[in-house]
Design a binder for this molecule. Sequence first.
Ligand SMILES: [Zn+2]
Length: 212
Amino acid sequence: MNVFEAVKQNVTTRQAAELYGITVSRNGMAVCPFHNDKNPSMKLDRRFHCFGCQADGDAVDFVSRLFQLPSKEAAMKLADDLGIAYDNRQKPTVKPHIREPTPEQKYRQEEMHCYKVLCEYFHLLQKWEQQYAPQTPEDDLHPLFVEALQRKTYTEYLLDSFLDGSPEERRELVAQQGKEVMKLEQRIAEWTTAGTLHRGTGQKQPGTDRER
Ligand SMILES: [Zn+2]
């Protein structure tokens, strides 16, 4: 087993983060070490994702970024620090050559894309929930506020499934959500444009807002 496989099988990002002194709350949130984070914006489990700066990846990516090490050294550091055994033989060097992405690579891209879109959507929902909350009990509910209430939990559930799911489960998710994600992406693009137009109207921006 090479060092990447060994680490992947044995260490979650959450464990890695805790090993290097990052406090992770019971619900898996932590103050992000990769941007000037005031509230815990990073979710950690098997993988990690920061809702503030969009940092994202697995345990090796995390350590690589934390210690500014190349991936392989990061993986070896993790394995050594946790006493995980791995096969240290050097593979014969194969000359790299440019080729078409394999179906597996194409799928990985699709999966990452799916996840990113859902993250963005989740972000918007969080924002709407605050921004469009009724000010008085007599106010009509804003449709975006209603959407936030209806979809937030489910969207978070999907994101969690991406973070915790096995490769098979994630593949199934991508297959199930692919069409929906494409629609969401279009709508997000429209909303983002509309949001830019309406910015500066003096509306209070929530503290969790990505743009500061
Ligand atoms: Zn961050």
